[in-house]
Design a protein around this ligand. Structure first.
Ligand SMILES: Nc1nc2c(c(=O)[nH]1)N[C@H]1C(S)=C(S)[C@@H](COP(=O)(O)O)O[C@H]1N2
Ligand SMILES: [Mo]
Length: 509
């Protein structure tokens, strides 16, 4: 009894090890050539592309910006469990099912590799090698065990083979981890060093330095300008793309008279301007944090489009990043607003996570329809011909940022100590700007004090002193735009075109 139990456990472990070695081989080979793609990354990208957005938002809320690592972790876990299952089946003599599992896993991985943009047929090489090595290890570790007839022989054979294999497996896994991280560190590191070497141009007419930030004085208030490392991050990329600025180029083509291609140096040589702009994700819930305010540096998008000369039949500007992401907005939204190809963020070259070397920023639009990071192409096209990444997944074709306000301090459910304190938060209403913010305390609206205006497309900080009475209180906030628009109380979900409603919190004093 005891022996057979151990044997089963060993078989499971050997199956897991076989998959570890397979994954090692897959990652190792995918690092050998830019044509060959990592099966793990491809599976992740595929999952992100089919996952319903509400689930993605849920994952983002749960795991924050670690959501991609969690996804990769889940993929690895499932693969290892399937390996264990295959090991177990082999021990029971069900070798056909065992190998079928490995084959299906391999084929599925290979299909997700093919599904990635710019995948040639050779892209599946790592997936195939990974599957073959898994099957071979399984075969040599467990496949021939059944030749022995008695249970005793079986387990004796396994035990001696076990030690060799456990050792080989352990070494393989360790090697794989070192290799994968080593390669990632090397390529990402090189990318990071090249970014550090970039010398940003200065704007033709630099903006005045931002005013003193009220957040320095007011507890819990969001800073006027979000620092680069505090800025939210949302994208479909498992790994940020490795882009060599020396080779990178931006092409403007499609329904244009003269296609334009710019190198990074060409781009930096164009007249530059600075833009203070608040960008939000359409998935930002009421009161949420998927929104940030930065000082961007870049060149005018409308000038570039004018140089390319759009045909009158075009109605959409569709930008894309070469990794399958695309974002499109109506051409007629280039109405003089300061849309830009951004190269700088808060005085630094765009951080890699935020789109280095270049991205699009269009004031007043959610990121999913405009703000393509790791930009490589801008195509003039028609909405009835082509659409951005999220549109076929149920998100609205048009994505103007809705007027919103948020209570930063105190947080929902907080217990406030006795005595005076200050409510604080931010409100935004691009392109118009914020005219006033009111706070509803237990049913009475009071006007909040407003912070400085950076531009019509940036958020404004607000605050309000209050001397609470003991007990529970319900607090709401609403904003009024310079245009006269009052933030609606009507609650809307983030899908399909952005959340609305008043941010409401309960606190006790
Ligand atoms: N290449 C690429 N660009 C992208 C995305 C993406 O998935 N891939 N996501 C968009 C979305 S949905 C948003 S909200 C913004 C987020 O930009 P940030 O990560 O710099 O905050 O980037 C946009 N640009
Ligand atoms: Mo987004």
């Amino acid at each position: 009894m005891n022996t057979s139990k151990t044997t089963q456990r060993e078989a499971f472990a050997l199956g897991v090890i076989a998959v570890c070695i397979g994954i090692f081989v897959g990652e190792l080979t995918s690092n050998r050539s830019s044509e060959w793609k990592s099966p793990v990354d491809s599976l992740g990208s595929w999952i992100i592309s089919v996952i319903p957005r509400f689930l993605e938002s849920f994952a983002i809320n749960l795991f924050g910006t670690q959501d991609k690592s969690v996804l990769v972790g889940i993929i690895l876990l499932v693969a290892l469990l399937l390996g264990g299952l295959a090991g177990d089946l082999l021990l029971r003599g069900k070798s056909r099912i065992a190998y079928a599992i490995v084959a299906l896993e391999t084929i599925f991985g290979a299909l997700t590799v093919i599904a990635r943009p710019h995948s040639g047929i050779s892209a599946v090489v790592p997936a195939l090698l990974s599957g073959i090595s898994t099957a071979l290890v399984l075969y040599f570790a467990l496949g021939r065990v059944k030749i022995e007839t008695t249970k005793e022989n079986q387990s004796a054979q396994l035990s001696s083979r076990r030690q060799v294999l456990m050792f080989a497996g352990g070494a393989g896994v360790l090697g794989a981890l070192m290799l994968i991280s080593g390669q990632k560190v090397k390529t990402h590191g090189l990318n990071a060093i090249k970014r550090l070497a970039v010398k940003l141009p200065t704007a033709t007419q630099p903006l005045p330095p931002p005013p003193v930030d009220p957040a320095l004085q007011i507890t819990g208030l969001s800073p006027l300008i979000t620092t680069n490392d505090q800025f939210y991050r949302i994208d479909t990329a498992i790994n940020t793309p490795i882009i060599d600025v020396a080779e990178w180029s931006l092409t403007i083509n499609g329904m244009v008279k003269n296609p334009v291609t710019l190198s990074y140096a060409d781009l930096l040589n164009r007249p530059m301007f600075e833009l203070d702009d608040t960008m939000s994700c359409v998935s930002n819930p009421v009161g949420g944090t998927l929104v940030g305010n930065a000082r961007w540096l870049g060149c005018r998008l409308d000038d570039l489009i004018n140089e390319a000369g759009s045909l009158t039949s075009a109605d959409q500007i569709l930008s894309s990043s070469g990794d399958g992401f695309g974002a499109g907005f109506p051409l007629n939204l280039l109405d003089g607003r300061d849309a830009m190809i951004a190269v700088g963020m808060n005085g630094q070259p765009l951080p890699i996570a935020h789109g280095f070397p270049a991205r699009v920023i269009v004031p007043g639009l959610y990121g999913y329809v405009s703000a393509t990071k790791w930009l490589t192409n801008i195509e003039l096209t028609r909405f009835d011909v082509k659409q951005g990444f999220w549109i076929s997944r149920g998100w609205s074709q048009l994505g103007p940022i809705k007027i919103q306000s948020r209570i930063d301090y105190p947080t929902d459910g907080a217990a406030i100590p006795h005595g005076k304190f200050t409510f604080a938060g931010v409100a935004w209403a691009p392109l118009s700007g914020i005219d006033s913010v009111q706070v509803n305390i237990d049913g009475t609206w009071k006007d909040a004090t407003l912070g400085p205006v950076l531009s019509g497309t940036t958020w404004r900080q607000w605050w309000l002193d209050w001397d609470p009475t003991a007990g529970m209180h319900e607090i709401q906030v609403r904003a009024v735009a310079v245009s006269g628009e009052v933030q609606t109380q009507d609650v809307a979900d983030i899908a399909p075109n952005g959340a609305s409603g008043w941010h409401t919190i309960k606190i006790s004093a």
